[in-house]
Design a protein around this ligand. Structure first.
Ligand code: ZN
Length: 262
């Protein structure tokens, strides 16, 4: 696309006329263009996509009585002929290239872009990508608390004190690598994340995911409980460098490093 017109405002004449072409067809192509100059003209996302992809050099032609695509293509020196003209205006013309109506506006000289696909999601939608495994809870036993009750000599995770039946959520998107009974951990879910780290959720009363399943951030994994070796209901939560016991790192520090406050 030529640099000229790159910063043309959405309401400029050239662009507005292009809109009309797309609007006639009413197909998928037309809707985002109309949206850009319509009700959503003020939204940053719409304005952004328009600036980037507005067909700057396109000119429009209003069909007159007696016109055909081939006649217009010849008169306007469209390289590629009527077929190019038709494909560039496919949504406006419709299924039958021999049926064009007087007043129909065609884009000539440049294929009408599809700015929709270029529009980026609002920043807020991406977020930090991390969340707490339980909505609100106090921390019972902190990470690395020493004690003979743990086989490693210290607590390998952090305990969130929640009553049985509390929804447990994936702290980030990932893939479930195991979901089921695991000895002292009771019902347990382990998820692998994009950074190579694993999160573990233990003592759950029920599981709603299975091994191999992809999960999104905040997706419910099941309900908290008191299965396995526990003295009361809570969520035992670990961050590991492998799927296995003994590769734990500080879970609270990990969550904080990803913008989660606890
Ligand atoms: Zn624990």
């Amino acid at each position: 696309m030529p640099a000229k017109g790159k910063h043309r405002r959405p309401k400029s004449q050239g662009f507005a006329r292009t809109i009309v072409v797309a609007g006639v067809g009413g197909a998928a192509l037309a809707l985002p263009l109309l949206g850009a100059t319509g009700a959503h003209a003020a939204t940053p996302a719409a304005a952004h996509s328009v600036v980037k992809t507005a067909p700057a050099a396109a000119k429009t032609y209003a069909v007159k009585g007696g016109d055909t695509l081939s006649k217009i293509a010849a008169a306007q020196n469209v390289s590629g002929g009527w077929k190019k003209l038709y494909s560039d205006n496919r949504s406006a013309v419709g299924d039958n290239p021999s049926l064009i109506h007087p007043g129909l506006k065609l884009t000539i000289g440049q294929k009408a872009a599809a700015p929709v696909t270029q529009a980026s999601a609002p920043k807020a939608a991406t977020g930090a990508g991390y969340t707490l495994p339980v909505q609100s809870a106090s921390i019972g036993t902190a990470y690395k608390t020493a004690g003979s009750m743990w086989s490693s000599g210290y607590h390998t995770g952090v305990d969130f004190v929640v009553p049985t039946g509390t929804p447990i959520k994936a702290i980030a998107a990932g893939t479930v690598v195991s979901a089921g009974l695991d000895g002292a951990y009771g019902n347990e879910v382990v998820i692998q994340h994009a950074d190579g780290k694993y999160s573990q959720y233990a003592h759950m009363s029920s599981l709603s995911v299975s091994s191999g399943q992809a999960v999104t951030v905040g997706q419910q994994l099941g309900l908290s409980g008191a299965t396995g070796n526990v003295t009361g209901p809570h969520l035992h939560f670990e961050i590991r460098t492998t799927p296995n016991y003994g590769s734990d790192v500080d879970p609270a520090a990990y969550l904080r490093a990803h913008g989660v406050s606890l």
